[in-house]
Design a protein around this ligand. Structure first.
Ligand code: HAM
Length: 437
């Protein structure tokens, strides 16, 4: 008989189970702390938008042309599951016209029909920020620095920051022309895949990791030679600002990023432990022009998004940001039928003490196993003797932790039974409140 269930998650989609799910929640909490401490407020966007909103990301990007989950709804609207949140935030800005600078953060699932592999999924989560309505290189620095600070807050140490500027739209256009000419003149040396990319967007050829393309890419014109004075000054100020904050970065002139809307500053955070195709933990940049393309007034914008899934893989690899410990403080073991456990857990929870219990009137041994698994600090035990006497047994569950002379951790288990106490039932709440502080 086959043990494979009839239904499983679709390719590229996953169930996130406890305790990993608690880690996901904590991840978003830390992000909220870092960004709200810098004046950002949360925006919660719909999972679905009119397809046209996402088409503004650019029709030369795979995200739009190949990876969109789009369909016609029952009302005949052509809509799509969001592949990212920048376009939705700009659409919301145009719709609601909040005061500027509008500083927002977000968290949630995105959908892209990609080839699933480690660190690349069809449903994946991002956290990110966007600021609309301010054109100041020091804002670029603030944004980049907040991402950097967040990685530090998680405990990651092997993240590197790549920085580039795509210049003003006219600089970028002149550069794209020069790139096109360079690749056109050497078409035979280019891989077949890159020749197809060249038709759509010469900039994306720079992303190619195929060895055949490497010499031509290395010899390609450099964007820095196309900057206007204003673009060069903006980029210099961003670099000076990062320097002033002591944030290390590498200028990478080939960093064009996968989305079409970028101008001026672009950046990417790369993990030190992941494979190169999936080592971008996050990225972003300026996208002056996107708000107009969605029908709004001319409004500068900048932001980034970080991939939660990939960043947690990087945390695993670096051995940081583990899942938070289980939450219950007390596990109630009741061998008298379960009513005592019902009452005691309710009373504890009312006081804000996390409490769990076993069901189905299991044996003492089985309930104690549950108590151990729960991660609780104490078991409260009620058997028929205690019930008759109006008492309870309180047993410390956590092993005693101390340090050996050489600094290593010593865990002694055998203190458990000797430290358990029998106390009047009426004293229990007060006793635990004190013991747990
Ligand atoms: P993005 O580079 O497309 O940018 O995505 C940002 C991050 O999301 C990536 O660096 C990666 O960590 C994660 N990510 C992307 N696709 C996947 C996937 N299939 N599976 C797992 N993780 C993935 C944006 O989305 C822009 N909206 C960023 C931005 C905000 N630019 C300006 N503001």
């Amino acid at each position: 008989m086959s043990l494979v269930p009839e239904f499983q998650t679709s390719p590229g989609m996953r169930d996130i189970l406890p305790p990993e799910s608690a880690r996901w929640r904590r991840f978003v909490e830390v992000f909220a702390q870092v960004t709200e401490g810098a004046g950002y407020g949360q925006v919660i966007s719909p999972l679905l938008e009119d397809l046209g909103v996402f088409q503004r990301i650019g029709d030369a990007t795979d995200v739009v042309t190949k990876e969109m989950y789009d369909f016609v709804d029952k009302g005949g609207r052509h809509i799509a599951l969001r592949p990212e949140l920048t376009a939705s935030v700009c659409r919301a800005f145009v719709q609601h016209r909040p005061a500027t600078p509008w500083k927002v953060w977000y968290a949630g699932s995105q959908f892209r029909y990609e080839k699933p592999q480690r660190g690349r999924y069809r449903q994946f989560d991002q956290v990110g920020i966007e600021v609309l309505g301010a054109d100041d290189p020091y804002l670029d620095v603030e944004i980049i620095a907040l991402g950097w600070e967040f990685f530090r807050a998680l405990g990651l140490r092997q993240v590197t920051l790549l920085l580039n500027s795509l210049g003003e739209p006219a600089d970028r256009a002149a550069y794209v022309q020069a790139l096109q000419a360079h690749f056109d003149a050497n078409l035979d040396a280019l891989s077949e895949e890159s020749r197809v990319t060249l038709q759509k967007n010469p900039l994306r050829v720079l992303d190619s990791k195929r060895p055949q393309d490497a010499p031509l890419i290395a010899a390609a014109p450099k964007i820095a030679d196309f900057y206007s004075d204003a673009a060069a000054a903006h980029f210099a100020a961003v670099q000076a600002g990062l320097g002033a904050l002591g944030i290390p970065f590498t200028v990478e002139s080939k960093l064009v990023r996968g989305l079409d809307y970028y101008r001026h500053t672009t950046f990417e955070y790369q993990g030190g432990t992941l494979e190169s195709a999936q080592n971008a933990l996050g990225g972003g940049g300026r996208y002056d022009g996107l708000v107009e393309s969605l029908g709004g007034p001319s409004t500068p914008g900048i932001g980034f998004a970080l991939g939660l899934d990939r960043t947690l893989i990087a945390c695993d690899d670096e051995g940081v940001f583990p899942a938070p410990a289980a939450k219950v403080d007390v596990f109630v073991v009741d061998t008298t039928g379960g009513l005592q456990a019902l009452q005691i857990t309710a009373a504890l929870r009312e006081l804000g003490i996390g409490a769990d219990r076993a069901f189905e009137n299991r044996s003492m041994k089985s309930q104690m196993k549950g108590a151990d698994r729960s991660g609780a600090s104490f078991a409260v035990i009620v058997g028929s003797n205690e019930l008759d006497a109006g008492t309870v047994v309180v047993r410390p569950l956590r092993a005693e932790r101390s340090h050996n002379a050489d600094g290593t951790l010593r865990i002694t288990d055998d203190t458990r039974d000797s430290t358990q106490v029998t106390i009047p039932r009426t004293d229990l709440l007060q006793y635990l409140q004190k013991a747990l502080t």
